[in-house]
Design a protein around this ligand. Structure first.
Ligand SMILES: Cc1cc2nc3c(=O)[nH]c(=O)nc-3n(C[C@H](O)[C@H](O)[C@H](O)COP(=O)(O)O)c2cc1C
Length: 323
């Protein structure tokens, strides 16, 4: 299960996907406690970093517990991507820099030609990867989709360019930009990429259980797996997968007490670097994910959406764990 990206040794091959607005330091610490091998931090804009945006620089906040970490950047200009990579390297010393070539959001992909927009411009892909690889003394990885749309699936061609340009690993989320997050990811594309490059391939898309994790590893022969939405409110999924990979056995159900314990922990981590109001707002979303499916959770969620102080939020969760 151990795994290497460039010279970075990872304890296992199970990774957390970058998710904008979600994968901040608090969530990452929780996931790390579940044993994840590598964390990908949510994307930051190259231009915003180059313009010294405080909001973006704040997004680089990290505790040592979260390491090893890959910080993701997005942009479409090789020079400013290289400059942004240097800024990240100096400010947070991540183990890896990851380049986003999958974001489907119109403002990123269409207007700026960044994220998945780059899949339409293989020449630029090469220039960006080379520029970033030359700019920092750490491994550079790239996360791609299968292509722009169903008529232009080019993951294999793009992966070969990325490898040649010096990247140390590649993550494949096999949906087209046009698909967004709809439909199924086509794991055959992960397999095809794996068969065509020598650098490690990380497979991503629709892993929701330990069985899915094993299935992706077996079917695609990818070197590592990456999980995004399946971990929302369920960071325990990493523990389940790792336990299954190590022992071949399944962990039991996660208890209500355990879920609430981690929701509270998550909230306390948020309070360490965000002000109370913002932490409460963010925790409303996370708490509703943690409590999903528990008996009586609908009422508790309603209460959580009304609380205005940290004491009230903690008491609401505490009281629910005693019911
Ligand atoms: C809310 C949200 C935010 C995301 N933000 C990013 C991002 O910042 N960078 C990126 O490469 N992918 C991002 N993604 C895509 C995920 O990393 C992942 O590729 C996708 O969700 C498929 O994996 P999953 O089925 O395990 O969720 C995001 C996905 C979601 C749902």
């Amino acid at each position: 299960m151990s795994f290497k990206i460039g010279n970075v040794k990872l304890e296992n091959n199970v990774c957390l996907a970058p998710m904008a607005g979600i994968c901040d330091s608090a969530f990452r610490r929780i996931v790390k406690e579940m044993g994840v091998g590598l964390i990908f931090a949510e994307m930051v804009s190259d231009k915003a970093l180059c313009f010294d945006s405080k909001k973006t620089l704040d997004m680089l906040y990290l505790t040592d517990e979260e390491r090893p970490i890959a910080q993701q950047i997005f942009g479409s200009d090789p020079d400013s991507m290289a400059k942004a990579a240097k800024i990240i390297y100096e400010k947070m010393k991540p183990e890896i820099i990851d380049i986003n070539m999958g974001c489907p959001v119109p403002k990123v992909a269409v207007k700026s030609g960044a994220g998945s927009g780059l899949l339409k411009d293989p020449d630029k892909i090469e220039k960006i990867v080379k520029a970033v690889v030359d700019a920092v003394p750490i491994p550079v990885t790239v996360k791609i989709r299968s292509g722009w749309d169903e008529k232009s699936i080019n993951a294999v061609e793009v992966a070969k360019i990325i490898e040649k340009a010096g990247a140390s690993a590649i993550t494949v989320h096999p949906r087209t930009r046009k698909q967004g997050y709809e439909g199924h990811s086509d794991w055959n594309i992960i397999k095809e990429v794996k068969e065509n490059v020598s650098i490690p391939v990380i497979g991503n898309g629709d892993i929701r259980s330990a069985d899915d994790a094993i299935k992706m590893l077996k079917e695609t022969k990818c070197d590592a797996i990456m999980i995004g939405r399946g971990a929302l409110g369920n960071p325990f999924l990493f523990k389940e997968i790792l336990y299954y990979l190590k022992t071949g056995e399944k962990l039991g159900e996660i208890s209500k007490e355990e879920k609430i314990k981690y929701a509270l922990k998550h909230f306390n981590y948020l309070l360490e670097f965000k002000n109370e109001k913002v932490a409460i707002l963010e925790m409303r979303t996370h708490a509703s994910w943690y409590l999903k499916g528990l008996k009586g959770s609908v009422e508790v969620k309603k209460k959580i959406f009304k609380v205005t102080t940290k004491e009230e939020l903690i008491k609401t969760l505490d009281d629910f764990s005693k019911v």
